[in-house]
Ligand binder design. Sequence first.
Ligand code: MTE
Ligand code: HPA
Ligand code: MOS
Length: 752
Amino acid sequence: MKNLDSYTHVRGESLYVDDVNIRQGTFHAVVFDSPKAHGKIKHIDYSKAEALEGVERILTYKDIPGENEIGGIIADEPLFAEYDVHFWGMPIALIVAESEFIARKARGLIDIDIEELPVITTAKEAKAKGSFINAPRSFSLGNTEKAFADCDYIFEGETFSNGQEHLYIEAQGAYAEPLENGNIKITSSTQGPTAVQATTARVLGLAMHKIEIDVTRLGGGFGGKEDQATPWAVMAALATYHLNQSVKLVLNRHDDLRMTGKRHPYESSYKIGLSKDLKILAYEAEFLQNSGAAADLSPAIAERTLFHATNSYFVPNVTTKVLSCKTNLPPNTAFRGFGGPQGMFVIESAIAKAASEIGVSSKAIQEANLLDENDTFSYGQIAKLVEAKNSWNSAKSLFNSEGLEREIETFNQNNSNFKKGIAFMPICFGISFTNTPMNHARALVHIYLDGSVGVSTAAVEMGQGVNTKMMQIAAQVFSIPIEKIKIETTNTTRVANTSPSAASSTADLNGKATLMACNSLLERLKKVASEDLNVSENEISLQDEFVYINAKKSELSWTELISKTMLKRVALTENAHYATPEIHFDKTKEKGHPFAYHVYGTAITTVTVDCTRGTYEFDSVKIVHDYGKSMSEGIDLGQVEGALIQGIGWMTLEEIAYNDDGKLLSNALSTYKVPDLFSVPKVVETIPLETKGHDLAILKSKAVGEPPLMYGIGAYFALQNAIKAFNPNYNMKFHAPMTAEKVLMGLYEDSK
Ligand code: MTE
Ligand code: HPA
Ligand code: MOS
């Protein structure tokens, strides 16, 4: 089934925040943000801006009736700066005017005097100065100290992976409108409607029921709108609160790039110990997470780094530690993979380092250590229904990897100006919010008098196709065509107290709730039908809009059944609650069973490097992916391909740069390159792994949103191998992204 949004997307009819039909008299707002990364605010002169014709009001922290606090996990982030600023781009005031143009002009008229303080931009610097967001976390399994003593090989090293800009096509934004009695409705581009509602209520000093959040869809979120869609909605609501008028606040691309956080850069160090037969006996890693100036989601992201630190390998002795380092960058935030990719990059680097020192291929070490059934993860969960070896072996045979390796070897022997490299990248990603209490959702299903159906859930459609999946579930249970089903907007008055659409779990959580609600309704309908047709309930089924008795079509149609149900005064509405069973985690012991299940897969990446220029092209990425039993093959393939390219971008092209003063230099698409049509691999082939799926996955269709991003890590190591083929003196580096400049330097470095 096609993504149900395809039609309106292609015709430009899909609605985003910027498309909302605004009320007459709506004001437009622009954020005034800090022009310095760290300092004390000495003086701000708003007088010239306020005097500009068309400027209605400038709001600051002084205008906040409730708390000036938006931190979700730790209360360490003001909506508007009060006396000091902590990052370049930190919101200080909101200019509300008749038009966005006037508001922008007014912004240029504000004079600010800041006494500058020392700026920290890197995690290492923060660590040296003892600047942290919270206490460190550490996972351990076995006894690394003892195990290192038994190792034949031990290697240590350092790695760096840079941040990543989300670059959702729709920038952050919100539209707030006053309802009667001081109630406010906000149309927001958020992954987390409840977070927006709760934070708005806190800042405005209102009860949550006075604030309604509505989301039609996002033009992409990628984690960037899990937490960081909130401030703009709160600001618009604050202006509505004061002016009793609707207010629109949509960031332009420059403002969005400057003011919002990104994927966390990580500086990490590792120590890996192996036996002669290439078994990883011990692994230690310390992750320095560059959290930025406030906690945001950093503690949860740090935690997921530890969960994924050993990727899809079994390592019997592990000690990992993560420090969330407070710097003067915009608070970094969720980004597809949620700290997992950063952790996986480090163990892949450790393996590559070990392989190059021992003189074997990375593949040999990877293969020797893949997870098996009943292996223990460092966090105590026992691995079940493991597909690590299955996906690895399938990729090897389905794509004839040995033939591919021979071809590359021959190519490299016959070419001196071009070299090819290959890398394997297995993945293992845990599905569930790592914070167990977040794993729940509800669905509200109405069957209308005419037999049409409306489904409301907490799921936010952001391009990942979750609405299509919800529609499929209802259509399947009721056996009616999708035209009879409408997926409603995501609205806090219909489905309340929700977790954000994140952790790849949206379809599982909301889909299971939808399934439960639809099944309850189905039971009710069957009862009515059995009474009407005078047969027992278990003889009844619904098929293609008709009631069937023992697989034989009756005269009773779906629509007639609905009106009969109504006449019998039986409810045609159901509200279901789903909470993932089996999962638990004890943070005091750092042990438990946090994930409903894991997603596996293996990618084989090949690249050709132009050794005169340092430029490169990915020839192919061939993937065997564990979808379970995909309920939407087209959508899921789109997720794999999109995530892969996003991962390759992170590893190769996308270079976030701040200067020493904490100013974002890569602040436009001319200075920040993302993969385009010319830089994507020439061939991307994905074959589904044949598995039975998992009962905790919706209709056995495993979560797919984030895991395939980590296939992109293979691109980094394919490049390392190509450079090595040209320059045997190259000392492998683990400093992503591997831009063409770095490749060129590597081709000609002489480390000996
Ligand atoms: N795909 C599209 N097209 N747009 C997005 O914003 N976000 C990703 C992934 N795929 C995203 C996407 C992220 S970060 C997550 S967590 C999941 O989708 C969220 O949706 P799901 O839980 O339904 O997989
Ligand atoms: N993944 C994504 N988002 C989250 C998580 C998680 O595990 N926990 C809290 N927000
Ligand atoms: Mo995704 S990073 O969990 O929004």
